[in-house]
Design a protein around this ligand. Structure first.
Ligand code: LIP
Length: 266
């Protein structure tokens, strides 16, 4: 339980999250197009490079210096326990494959969670376009300070749906089969390659829905709060039954997609 004596001002936490996220974004841009230390993780198509590692090290250094009693979890191995009841969940480079191919559409994602109540702060930065998505729980979602709201109501037939696929062949085959069943019932699919930006696109009304199975906590911790604060409903969603996934959309489309997945599964 968070010690009431250490309860932090959400505005102070958000300011640090924004400052650290922007510093990591600058580091990613400095290295963009100059990949070094390339390696793979869960499969030979799941890359990691010195850019991921350097950005995460910068996030950990800045957060630890100002919040030494907070825990930190990061995609590239950051795993520090804390005593304050607050945990920083960081993805230093979401959209790693896009970064590798210089396709843009990558992001730095930083969330702050309370152990007693979950996500409190969400910050996602697209360094290429300077789009800074932010949310404080209960305070709304913003893009560069402009309020965001999801599209609602949206019917299945008019739905622009973002999704993604895992790095393992077995998982991809089942995910592709579900998308094939869905495609005739919706406007179209978009696969941008970054869960954090997909979630922020739902918040901004740039797409109507996002779902994906097999993403990690650091992929959706910040973007999920931003989408919820923009009016999205976010619930567990496992249409292939293989991996834990998420469905994020405005209320009407969320309900229609949930019903559709049940009919397809039966
Ligand atoms: C990526 C996610 C994306 C998913 C990719 C990958 P990464 O995270 O943001 O939604 O489809 O397979 O997991 O690996 O770039 O941090």
């Amino acid at each position: 339980m968070a010690d009431p004596r250490t309860q932090a001002d959400p505005g102070v936490l958000q300011e640090l999250a924004v400052r650290a996220t922007m510093a990591a974004g600058t580091e990613l841009l400095r290295r963009y197009g100059h990949i070094e230390g390339l390696d793979t993780k869960s499969s030979d198509t799941d890359p990691v490079s010195d850019a991921d590692r350097a950005a995460e090290a910068l996030l950990v250094e800045m957060i630890s210096a100002e919040r030494p009693d907070d825990a930190i979890i990061g995609e590239e191995g950051a795993d520090r326990s804390g005593s304050s009841g607050y945990t920083w969940v960081v993805d230093p480079l979401d959209g790693t494959v896009n970064y590798l191919y210089q396709l843009d559409n990558f992001a730095v994602s930083v969330a702050v969670e309370r152990e007693d109540s979950g996500a409190l702060i969400g910050v996602v930065l697209d360094p290429v376009t300077d789009r800074l998505f932010t949310a404080v729980r209960g305070g709304g979602a913003f893009l560069n300070g402009r309020p965001l709201r999801v599209n609602d109501p949206v019917s299945m037939r008019r739905a622009m749906v973002a999704t993604g696929f895992g790095y393992e062949p077995r998982r991809r085959a089942a995910q592709g089969a579900f998308v094939g069943r869905l495609l005739p019932h919706i406007r179209d699919i978009r696969r941008f390659g970054s869960a954090a930006l997909d979630l922020c696109s739902v918040a901004a009304g740039a797409v109507d829905c996002y779902f994906e199975e097999g993403i990690n906590h650091w992929d959706h911790a910040a973007g999920g709060l931003i989408a919820r604060e923009a009016g999205a409903i976010m619930t567990p969603f496992t249409p292939t039954g293989q991996d834990r996934g998420w469905l994020v959309a405005g209320p009407a489309l969320h309900s229609a997609m949930t019903d559709f997945a049940v009919t397809v599964r039966d």
